[in-house]
Design a protein around this ligand. Structure first.
Ligand code: 5GP
Ligand code: MN
Length: 325
């Protein structure tokens, strides 16, 4: 991979006209906020912008400025430039990536260390806590348009991927950018309430079920819970209801690795992992199962029943952290 500079990416953004702004399936706040921030900035530059995500705009993020512009792809289209944001592998773009019939240039902007660097212009900064933070630097360096709406999208991207400016990858620069975004007009109280105090009751009912399956391994160093298709159907769970529930396991004293197992309809299990220690690199563990992510937050989709996948994955974790003492 040759790392591209902001100047090279900035030129490509100014020179071309038709853009597709994409991000990963099962998007989180960083994915959606990043897509909308860059999409709106390009629109203000006078560009033709298509903002696609396989899952569309999640209900939970319905308040994001410009959200109505983010759609599910319907038919393949041709573009000058396709931009993948926050997406560790091209395959994770799902139908949004497949619907780009052609693009002269692919831009890949991300912060996942496992990103192999696909595309023509590549900027990967594993030290950045959120793709939204990289985009802020790009916008500032290249003097791209920014207004309150763009700032709010960037704030949501950064706040959600840093656990509200708490995770260890949060830097002094992250707080400086937060301050800049507030100066652009972001109302931190309002946005935080919409993000963190506005969940459907269903989500807490789901948490109650999950806690009923909670188990511990390795003298309390590994905590996990699981969700079967049946329970998900009974509760009417939406995929986005899961986001953040794993933090209840990580928050427990003594827990180093937290795992969430979710049975999927395609015979696979979605595994979501969090770590509290650099010594337990959950990205490396998930890569053994074909997944990836970050050192302290990673995931994979593993074929098998819930019970089979739980056993295999918990064993793999115990191979890495000493579960016997
Ligand atoms: P989450 O547990 O919130 O779904 O994902 C945590 C992190 O792991 C995210 O940064 C996400 O990109 C990454 N991740 C989750 N699932 C997968 C997967 O199946 N494959 C890869 N490569 N990364 C994943
Ligand atoms: Mn991210």
């Amino acid at each position: 991979m040759t790392q591209s500079t902001f100047a090279q990416i900035g030129s490509a953004l100014r020179e071309h006209q038709r853009f597709a702004v994409l991000s990963h399936v099962r998007p989180d706040g960083d994915a959606l906020g990043s897509q909308l921030a860059l999409g709106l900035s390009l629109q203000q530059l006078g560009k033709d912008v298509t903002i696609w995500n396989e899952d569309g705009l999640l209900e939970k993020y319905g308040f994001l400025p410009g959200g109505e512009r983010l759609t599910q792809p319907r038919a393949p289209q041709d573009f000058d430039v396709a931009i993948a944001l926050d997406t560790a592998t091209q395959i994770r773009l799902g139908t949004a990536g497949e619907s780009v019939r052609s693009a002269k240039t692919w831009i890949n902007i991300d912060h996942h260390p496992s990103n192999p660097g696909y595309g023509d212009l590549v900027h990967i900064d594993p030290a950045a806590p959120a793709t939204g933070q990289i985009l802020f630097e790009l916008i500032q360096n290249e003097k791209l348009p920014i207004d309150r709406g763009i700032a709010e999208n960037l704030f949501v991207a950064i706040s959600t991927d840093t656990g509200s400016f708490q995770y260890p990858n949060t830097t002094a620069r992250t707080f400086e950018i937060g301050a800049e975004l507030l100066r652009c007009g972001v109302d931190v109280g309002r946005v935080s309430q919409l993000l963190y105090e506005n969940y459907p009751r269903r989500r807490t009912e789901l948490l109650r079920e999950l806690l009923g399956t909670m188990r511990f391994e390795g003298h309390g160093k590994v905590a996990s819970f699981s969700l079967s298709l049946k329970v998900a159907a009974d509760l009417g769970v939406k995929p986005e209801d899961n986001e953040g529930l794993i933090d209840h396991l990580r928050a427990i004293h003594g827990v180093i690795v937290a795992v969430f197992f979710e049975e999927l309809a395609d015979g696979k299990v979605r595994v979501s992992m969090r770590s509290k220690s650099d010594a337990a690199d959950v990205c490396a563990i998930c890569q053994k199962f074909g997944g990836g992510g970050h050192k302290l937050a990673a995931g994979a989709r593993v074929r098998g029943t819930l019970a089979e996948v739980e056993q295999k994955v918990l064993e793999a974790i115990c191979d890495v952290i000493n579960c016997n003492s």
